[in-house]
Design a protein around this ligand. Structure first.
Ligand code: UDP
Length: 460
């Protein structure tokens, strides 16, 4: 790992794929601008550093390591209660993070700043101040959902939260076009803790030296402006991160990904394949899994479906498929445990993305001009889906309650057969706008130059 004198950034990602990936992309962007990057990562979900050979990784080990580990309790570590899990992470890792950051700073060389995930909240602010390092935050979700999170106190006052079943289809007049059912809540046994985590994220962003967004102005202009005026801190929408392609050092490749692309996708017709993935955390019921399987099969279209082991509740992987199902599908459908999504979405054979609308998936699909079928599961996914369908108009919704084989066939027909009322054309137009933001005169390129100057100014 080369040390680049005087230009070091320390990053502290939240240890989940949807947070870690964009932080690594941001690390790549800084690396390309001449910074060296050190990643402080929790021992919980520690990644494989060999896949990111340009950065230095340090493990932060939490206090109870070796004793009874609260983070390994099945209820939290399986992602069932994300709110409890995030709170536990914050509790367990704050002190080890302090020690680790202090050691990095004492280790010599100028540390320009710390960039921590916004969800770590104000604890990282206190620690950074103590150690004498400026702190910026990375918000890995969109500005549209951030505005909804920032409005939680108001939404509680007005009685929208907690969500009542009788009001699900009511418009939230303060946040149009969101309906009550779109508000970014997470099912948890500790609802008050959800409000605390969200409030801490918003306040932590307010007290930072700047917020970096994996988004671009043309996509979320109003929400970005709104967040800016609420936060009153320097502000850098430099996304989509992964498309600063010349800036990103090549990642090491996974052999299986290549095989899927070469052996299977390459043989399919352009825009013929439905790519299905619900991200890294969402889980579905066995009944839903079977309806999706039948819907995809009956549609008679080629599909590539990411089924993570454990994603279908109560099962290991595909064993609940009826006998003979896989043989019957033959080459028409491909089940994988994980795939390089960026490469899949960029492949000419992919014609639609059935997604849970996590922010990374949303922006990745937008960048490739792939229309979406939206089945949001929790948190900001509902907000993103509403914007995909009603504002950007590059997708259609298929609610979870409507996951039924006939509905699925119908949705696929609409998205794939050009009966989508200009869906594909609008998707391609939005892709062009994303491309423009990254061009020399585009907003994301300008903000990136400003961000680099901002970070370097901390030294002087
Ligand atoms: N992803 C991937 N391969 C898969 C499924 C997902 O590379 O098989 C990546 C995807 O490209 C995205 C991230 O995992 O960058 C998922 O983040 P997102 O915000 O979409 O959803 P989350 O996992 O946080 O719910």
């Amino acid at each position: 790992m080369e040390e680049r004198k005087g230009r070091r950034i320390i990053m502290f990602p939240l240890p989940f794929t949807g947070h870690f990936n964009p932080m690594m992309e941001l690390a790549g962007i800084f690396h390309h601008r001449g910074f060296s990057v050190t990643i402080l990562h929790t021992s919980f979900n520690f990644p494989d550093p060999s896949r990111h050979p340009h950065f230095t990784f340090r493990t932060i080990t939490h206090e109870n390591e070796g004793e009874e580990d609260p983070l390994s309790q099945s209820e939290t570590s399986s992602g069932k209660d994300l709110v409890v899990l995030i709170s536990l992470l914050k509790q367990c890792y704050t002190e080890p993070f302090r020690q680790s950051l202090a050691a990095e700073v004492a280790g010599g060389g100028t540390v320009c700043c710390l960039i921590s995930d916004a969800l770590w909240g104000r604890n990282t602010e206190v620690v950074a101040e103590e150690v004498g390092v400026r702190r910026m935050v990375l918000r890995t979700g969109g500005a549209v959902s951030f505005c909804a999170y920032a409005a939680f106190p108001l939404l509680r006052d007005k009685g929208y939260l907690p969500i009542q079943d009788s009001r699900l289809d009511e418009l939230v007049t303060e946040l149009p076009p969101l309906k009550v059912k779109d508000l970014p809540v997470i099912e948890t046994k500790e609802p008050e803790e959800l409000y605390r985590v969200v409030n801490d994220m918003v306040e932590g962003a307010k007290s930072s030296s700047g917020v970096i967004w994996n988004s671009f102005e043309d996509l979320e202009r109003l929400s970005l402006m709104d967040s800016r005026s609420k936060l009153q801190v320097p502000f850098f929408p430099i996304g989509p991160f992964h498309k600063h392609c010349n800036d990103l050092p090549p990642k090491t490749k996974n052999k299986d990904d290549d095989e899927i692309l070469t052996d299977w996708l390459d043989k399919e017709d352009p825009q013929s394949v439905v790519y299905v993935s619900f991200g890294s955390l969402a889980a579905i019921e066995e009944k839903e899994f079977l309806e999706i399987a039948w819907g995809l099969k009956n549609s008679e279209r080629p599909f590539l479906w990411v089924v993570r082991p454990g994603m279908v509740r109560g099962t290991g992987w595909l064993e609940s498929l009826p006998c003979g199902f896989l043989e019957n599908i033959g080459h028409k459908g491909k089940f994988v445990k994980w795939v390089n999504q960026l490469e899949v979405l960029a492949h000419p054979a992919v014609g639609a993305f059935w997604t849970h609308c996590g922010w990374n998936s949303t922006i990745e699909s937008i960048c490739e001009g792939v229309p979406m079928i939206c089945t949001p599961c929790f948190s900001d996914q509902h907000v993103n889906a509403r914007y995909i369908v009603d504002v950007w108009r590059v997708g259609m919704v298929l609610e979870r309650s409507k996951i039924e084989r006939k509905e699925i066939e119908n949705a696929l027909r609409i998205v794939m057969m050009e009966k989508g009322d200009g869906l594909r054309e609008r998707s391609l137009k939005l892709k062009e706008r994303a491309d423009f933001c990254l061009s020399k005169d585009g907003s994301s390129s300008k903000y990136l130059d400003e961000l680099v100057s901002h970070v370097l100014s901390f030294d002087s």
